[in-house]
Design a protein around this ligand. Structure first.
Ligand code: GLA
Length: 381
């Protein structure tokens, strides 16, 4: 539906058939805040994302329409810098700037996009948009960029134009996702092992708190700095290179907060490896326990959870048909990921909705998602 709407708007504005791109959001089974520590993550692309229509422009300007926001914006390729206001425009500008930064020539283009990932849900609508833009321009203007080059451009856009010093997980998962598979990604080498996701009588269920607390971006950058500080005291490139006994050597040189954060990262990296083993063995119980342990660490050690997320996770604990639950993504809001028996999805969805409304006076949203292919062209007839 969104796809057709995007095509229709493009066609009616420009009288042209566009080139269509789909770029997915992502979920993450386990491995949170490990990516910028050169560690391991276990994401998958989902069947929600950005639909983008591209075509060449015969003016000197680039023109972009964001259908969901009903906003339009024009820019000159000779004058690209971040806009002071926060908004979707900076993702586009950042990507275009990044493409030119690697020595490729961009010519004026038209872009209309819309999507079905709620912003702030922790499902990486921003990476989906960045990847849609870099992939679409690469195809439209035959730039010859590899997928790996493209995700580095997307990530740099987020650093330089949005101000979030994110890792590579979101852009990687969105670009390299595979249908029905999760990717165990080594964020140092940027290579992944693929795992078919077959959870027997279980499935993945996402529950969106529908909140995003405003300190999220600055808290994110602060966490990253703390990790880098501990790594540099330990004289290693990243926390990926140390274990808990190494950490003891600098325990007296760091604050209690920093110590707890670094411990969390070291343990979470271990958990991702163990989750790969559990997934191979189809051991849902073991996977679920790791997922709960991840949330515990994010809540108490890394301290990026919030009341709403903790409430939804706690609600699952007495449920015998739920193997694991945790907050997902950067934190301070967004979704929980739950491993739940298929037969219990409806009942638990109602229970969670009722309890959440009673507690917070607002609604949570429940999403059943399928694992999808990464950023790709769509046939357009
Ligand atoms: C955000 C960032 C990712 C990653 C997660 C936390 O989604 O964009 O790079 O750090 O938070 O795991």
């Amino acid at each position: 539906m969104i796809e057709q709407q995007v095509v229709r708007v493009f066609d009616s504005k420009y009288g042209q058939k566009p080139m269509m791109v789909f770029s997915p959001g992502r979920l993450n089974i386990i491995g949170e805040h490990t990516d910028y520590n050169d560690g391991f993550v276990f994401p998958a692309a989902i069947d929600k994302g950005i639909y983008a229509a591209f075509g060449p422009s015969n003016t000197n300007f680039c023109e972009v329409h964001a259908l969901d926001m009903e906003e339009r914006f024009e820019f000159d390729l000779k004058q690209i810098s971040p806009l002071p206001k926060e908004g979707w425009e900076n993702y586009i500008l950042g990507v275009v700037h990044g493409i030119m930064g690697v020595g490729k020539k961009v010519t004026p283009f038209r872009l209309v996009f819309g999507g079905d990932i709620p912003g702030g849900a922790g499902l990486s609508s921003s990476a989906a948009l960045e990847n849609a833009v870099v992939f679409g321009l690469n195809e439209l203007q035959d730039l010859g960029l590899s997928r790996k080059e493209m995700i580095l451009i997307s990530q740099k856009a987020e650093h330089d134009f949005v101000g979030v010093n994110c890792g590579i997980m979101d852009q990687f998962a969105s670009m390299f996702g595979q249908k029905n598979k999760a990717l165990l990604l080594d964020c140092r080498s940027i290579t992944a092992m693929t795992f078919p996701v077959d959870l027997n009588e279980y499935q993945i269920l996402l529950i969106n708190t529908n909140v995003k607390h405003s300190l999220a971006d600055s808290a994110y950058n602060k966490r990253r700095e703390a990790c880098e500080k501990v790594a540099s005291l330990l004289k290693v490139k990243a926390l990926r290179d140390v274990n808990l006994s190494d950490l003891e050597k600098v325990a007296l040189l760091v604050s209690e907060e920093e110590y707890q954060m670094a411990s969390y990262v070291i343990q979470e990296n271990e958990r991702v490896q163990q989750a790969g083993v559990a997934m191979n063995a189809n051991d849902i119980d073991a996977l679920g326990k790791l997922i709960y342990a991840s949330h515990h660490g994010l809540q108490f050690q890394y301290r990026v959870s919030c009341e709403e997320l903790d409430f939804l996770v706690d609600l699952t604990k007495p449920e015998t048909d739920i193997a694991g639950s945790r907050m997902m993504g950067g934190g301070f809001g967004g979704c929980t990921i739950n491993i739940i028996k298929k037969t219990s999805v409806q009942k638990f969805a109602v229970k969670a909705a009722t309890a959440y409304r009673k507690k917070f006076g607002r609604d949570c949203s429940v999403y059943e998602v399928a694992l999808s292919d990464g950023t790709h062209l769509l046939a357009c007839d």
